[in-house]
Design a protein around this ligand. Structure first.
Ligand SMILES: [Zn+2]
Length: 691
């Protein structure tokens, strides 16, 4: 829960923020000014992402259709691409294809972890910033939190705090807060420059928890709740688009979704592990907005009903602005005739997290051609996985609705060529240092750089296919969600079942250990068992994210303090420094294990300083900041003369001053609300974070 800010504190903070703005803002805005100007008639640009939005929730009249009057009006008057493809059904890699025009293999980025997006490629934000745009982002969901790499090129990047590594639920803020923040950016000064805004709505992502007035039908049914989220985002989008219309500027609006949502189609509830239409077919819209007018951008006024990919957004947007497309871009400008018959799709999450096969393929008009590993069932609940190669060793399959005939050999040859070209697109070298990157994401994958490369088809064909393991994925995700809700006891049984079938299932080993540590069973038996799971996991994958710190914790809970410290130090090879410092700090602050065995290395001063170091490295850890505040307050009561205390308190104050920074970007909103409420300075938040 977020603490409410009392009036005096808020007022002082507000004053401080206003003063800071007055001093700092002009300099901030000037920082990127002075680059080569654009053509005089280039518009301002806004990129809107509605995360987890299925195509058929906003188009057509099928059973998933939601009420979206604002989107309907925009799509009617702008240029929509009704056969757009998300190359990868995961948030960070998919947004990265939009921002760079490159495919996941070129970016060596196939899952929400590891991150960040590599720094050696230009993005829409870096290019437009260089051209003198004032760049700012409002992010709704934690997979795109600052640190993911997309923030490069943004002068302001307003994102929710990062949640725990390995958690199934993400930190997010709701659509009303996102729109409010975006309106604040619109009203703030841009120093006479054009703007580039990125606005990210995360509400349609699980859990589906819309305001009740947006739910039609059964408020307990996941599909109706999902459609309620879509309707709610549409309502908030309308508020944002109204502000664009009254801004007296001309806007290029690019709207897309990074992936869809399974909602039960072919046995998939959410997204990430499969490449079915439900998750890779997404809405895509380009529109020019000026006052009350909405029209297709020049060059996109009319066109064929071609199949496009989200990597085409980058070059198309640049072309709309009259800017050159950088070398190394895979996507093609949609102002030109169609360059390809298919769009690349992949899911490597099952490989990275479970050791199953990689899924790579191309989505075409009639079917999706995939290489998906061994033991693919022929019938995937109404979708057929048809072998076509005539070679029993091959893992090539066509995903087709039952009635669709297989294409002829000439068509297949084109698809195969396009898949080969996408897999081998230049730039796919894994950048140095990627193994040290930190983890966010629900099922953090391995950071072994070797595993970030695509497997040859022959090797992939020997691994079990995620297409045949949809129930296991579902079971695992449900167990992790229980764990994140604090229901550790309930999570153990399904994890036991998964591991009884497949003792080497890495993600299940990690999360069963989490559950056992959370249960704190009498006699430390849970911690011993958790230690066994984690040791087994590290034998399978020595770099599995999150495993080493948890093992250090398990050792500490069973009185093995020397082993705990040693494992914490070893975590430096696989975890971010902030995580390691926090771990060491909490170990030094533990006087004894639950059975009363003393910790020979307990050291309050050292522990406090390690926690402070962790906070300095990652100030977004608000729970840790509270813990340290309490720790120092207690030390001040019990041992006020301690020599280290004053320096530690000063260090904490410095960190807290840094953490006040986001107020600057939200200052205009705070001022407005403060005035509107006659000085009642409790800021209204949307629904609280769902994590
Ligand atoms: Zn997403």
């Amino acid at each position: 829960m977020r603490r409410r800010v009392g009036v005096p504190t808020a007022f002082v903070a507000l004053l401080a923020a206003v003063l800071l703005i007055a001093l700092v803002a002009p300099r901030l805005w000037r920082r990127h000014a002075g680059a080569a100007p654009l053509a005089g008639d280039a518009p301002d640009v806004v990129l809107v992402s509605i995360d987890t939005l299925r195509f058929d929730a906003v188009r057509g009249d099928g059973p998933m259709r939601a009420a979206t009057p604002a989107l309907d009006a925009l799509m009617k008057s702008g240029r929509t691409f009704d056969r757009a493809t998300a190359h990868v059904p995961l948030t960070l890699p998919s947004h990265s294809t939009v921002f760079t025009g490159r495919l996941p293999p070129q970016l060596a980025l196939h899952d929400n972890a590891p991150f960040p997006l590599r720094r050696d490629v230009p993005t829409l934000a870096t290019l437009l910033s260089e051209r003198g745009y004032a760049t700012a982002a409002v992010v709704g969901g934690q997979p795109l939190a600052e640190g993911c790499g997309l923030e490069r090129g943004f002068e302001r990047y307003d994102s929710p705090p990062r949640g725990r590594a390995g958690a199934a639920a993400f930190g997010e803020r709701d659509a009303m807060s996102v729109t409010d923040a975006a309106l604040g950016l619109l009203k703030g000064a841009a120093g006479g420059r054009r703007r580039f805004l990125f606005v990210h709505y995360f509400d349609c992502h699980q859990p589906y928890d819309p305001p009740p007035e947006f739910v039609r039908g059964d408020p307990t049914a996941p599909i109706d709740r999902y459609r309620g989220e879509v309707a709610y985002v549409d309502h908030e989008l309308a508020r944002f688009v109204d502000a664009l219309r009254t801004s007296k500027r001309r806007w290029l609006l690019v709207l897309f979704s990074d992936h869809g949502e399974g909602l039960g189609d072919h046995g998939e509830e959410t997204h990430g592990y499969q490449v079915f239409e439900s998750t890779v077919h997404v809405p895509l819209l380009f529109a020019e907005i000026e006052g009350e007018a909405t029209r297709p951008p020049a060059g996109l006024a009319a066109g064929d009903d071609r199949l496009v990919g989200l990597s085409d957004v980058f070059p198309t947007t640049l072309r709309c602005l009259g800017l050159p497309v950088p070398d190394g871009t895979f996507g093609t400008p949609l102002q030109e005739p169609a360059a390809r018959a298919t769009a690349y799709v992949e899911s490597l999450a099952g490989n990275l997290q479970f050791g199953w096969a990689q899924v790579t393929g191309v989505r075409a008009a009639q079917a999706t051609l995939v290489h998906a590993g061994a033991a693919v069932p022929d019938d995937l609940d109404g979708l057929f996985a048809r072998p076509i190669a005539g070679d029993p060793e091959s893992d090539e399959r066509l995903l087709v609705p039952a009635a669709t005939p297989a294409p002829d050999e000439g068509v297949l040859a084109t698809w195969r060529d396009e898949l080969a070209a996408a897999r081998a697109a230049p730039g796919g070298d894994v950048p140095e240092g990627i193994s040290k990157l930190s983890a966010i994401g629900y099922l953090a994958g391995s950071r072994d750089p070797q595993r970030l490369r695509l497997l040859p088809f022959e090797a992939n064909a020997e691994l079990p296919s995620p297409l045949g393991r949809r129930d296991e994925v579902k079971e695992l995700i449900a167990a992790i969600a229980q764990l994140d809700r604090g229901e550790a006891m309930a999570a153990v049984a399904p994890l036991d079942r998964i591991l009884a079938r497949d003792p080497g299932q890495r993600a299940a080993l990690l999360h069963r250990a989490r559950a056992r540590l959370a249960l704190r069973s009498p006699g430390g038996m849970g911690a011993v068992a958790a230690g066994n799971d984690l040791e087994a996991l590290l034998r399978l994958d020595p770099l599995y994210p999150g495993a080493r710190p948890l093992l250090a914790k398990a050792y500490g809970l069973t009185g093995r303090f020397q082993d705990a410290f040693a494992m914490a130090e070893l975590s430096r090879e696989s975890e971010p420094e902030a995580v390691v410092e926090r771990l060491l700090g909490s170990l030094h602050l533990t006087p004894a294990d639950p059975a009363g065995r003393a910790n020979p290395r307990a050291d309050r001063e050292r522990g406090a300083n390690e926690l402070l170091r962790s906070l300095e490295l990652d100030p977004s850890q608000s729970d840790l900041a509270r813990d340290v505040e309490q720790l120092l307050a207690k030390a001040a009561r019990t041992d006020p003369a301690a020599a280290w205390l004053a320096a530690a308190q000063e260090r904490l104050r410095r960190i807290q001053r840094r953490r006040y920074r986001p107020l600057r970007s939200a200052y205009s909103k705070t001022v407005r609300r403060f005035r509107a409420r006659g000085g009642a300075a409790t800021r209204r938040h949307g629904r609280s974070s769902r994590v």
